[in-house]
Design a protein around this ligand. Sequence first.
Ligand SMILES: [Zn+2]
Length: 374
Amino acid sequence: MSLKEIFCQGKAIDSLQRALAAGRMAHAFIFSGDDGVGKFTTARAWAKMLLCEDRQTISDDPPFTDSCGACHSCQMFDSDGHPDFRPIYKELVQYTKGGKNRKTPIDMPIDVIREFLIDKIANRPTTGQFVVYVMDEAEKVNSSSQNAMLKILEEPPSYCVIILLCSRLDKMLPTTLSRCQLVRFGAVQESRIVERMTAEGIGKTEAVFWARFSQGSLGRALAWAQLEVEPAGAYALKQELIEKIAALELADAVDTAEWMGKTAKKIASAWISKLDNVSTTDITRRAQKGLIRMTACLFSDVMKTHSGQSDALVNLDQTEHITALAQKIDAETAARHVELCYRMHKWVDSSVNEKLIFEQLLLNLANSDILNVF
Ligand SMILES: [Zn+2]
């Protein structure tokens, strides 16, 4: 993909282009934004342009330079075989010295940073002017590993470009931030996500749901919509979840909690089967948090119904359940339920037992007046 084909991150690309045109291009960047908004896609396309042997100036005002798509470098890049484009991700741990059969951890291992970045930084480009390193999930680099990277972020060799992709700027040390040029990636507009998803063959109603559910993250919306999970995909599971929660009684709470636990496992294994050597804990947490977020969206829809914002519902496809629920609970109760969901979301990251999380959630939702433990 070239820079001009990236349709939803104009501002971020514009700031990169202006710096390049003015001869002020940094050698260490942080691309900051939510997961799935296009940080990696942009980093790839930017690297492809930097490595291209025949860069094309598409416009001078505003400046826009792109890769040619035809030279030897572009061809190597498009076949994922460019020796000077070096993605760094935690799954590389199994290729580190002594890392064979090591499972991918939650944090970025220092061995990966040392062997794939720090020790390689003195290697000059194989073909062109630059070597581009792109580190995924830089928010998972702990403080001591960030300290180990400071020297190369401070003074990278002139042929190096280092791009850290980061979804949580608060996890980065001030010393790391001060050494990098920050490029912010905003949320993608809902209409663009829907346009892209329908072009992939996803129905419009479903596309609107995933776009709103994903809050401007095209990558996340597509990952959910295209998940091959039994029996009929993640969208059918979401509809089942909304039906169950909207009709929830105290007597069903434990069974429904068990269903959520099993469903999270099913979703996680569908994801794991599509990806290579990923952290199982990461993916399982992502699935659990997804189901909790769907529940939160249901109650925030109830709040919207009470305040007359029916057009803004996430679950526009299941308005009958939202309306019925809005007749049973007031806006204040719905707000308490949303807050409860976010508390459970945090419990997932704190490694609380999954069964306990879903049971607490469902028991509290089913009867918040009796079981008001929070
Ligand atoms: Zn080229």
